[in-house]
Design a protein. Structure first.
Length: 155
């Protein structure tokens, strides 16, 4: 017998929702991995690329904060992308001790192509819902996200 109650057992509505979000996250991440594998990108690397551009440098600490990851994680992600020639580090003009990261020309092309593939994958995966259902889901998720942000800000 499983120690984790099934959905049919008495569990709170919040617990059921949490489990569904967890499962959905896992399946979305797996789908993202599949969509991005042709570009040799992980979902985390792709998320980082979406924050960068070739003209404006971005501070590593701020990138870590935006992605809600540790500084060591952002450094590792940037190291990996730098080895692939997708990003490069530049000196921070406002702080000589700090570095910024920018997309390379190659990185811009990869990001553009990966974004198209990712969007195509999302269209397919979310296609199980009608447009009306998707719009309703977006509205509800925004309310939930805003409430979660408020909760984190209070802590």
């Amino acid at each position: 017998m499983s120690s984790v109650p099934s959905d049919s057992e008495q569990v709170s509505l919040e617990t059921q929702q949490y489990r569904l979000f967890h499962d959905i996250y896992v399946f979305l991440d797996a789908g993202d991995s599949r969509a991005l594998e042709g570009f040799h990108l992980t979902p985390s690397q792709f998320s980082l690329l979406m924050l960068l551009d070739p003209f404006e440098g971005h501070n590593l600490i701020r990138l870590a904060e935006r992605l809600l990851v540790a500084r060591s994680t952002i450094t590792r992600l940037i190291d990996q992308l730098e080895l692939l020639g997708i990003v490069h580090r530049v000196s921070d003009p406002n702080d000589r001790r700090a570095q910024q990261v920018r997309l390379t020309e190659k990185g811009s092309l990869i990001r553009e192509r990966a974004l198209i593939a990712h969007e195509r994958s999302l269209n397919q995966r979310f296609g199980v819902l009608s447009i009306h259902e998707q719009e309703t889901l977006v509205r509800l998720l925004k309310r939930l996200r805003d409430g979660l942000i408020d909760d984190v800000d209070k802590a």
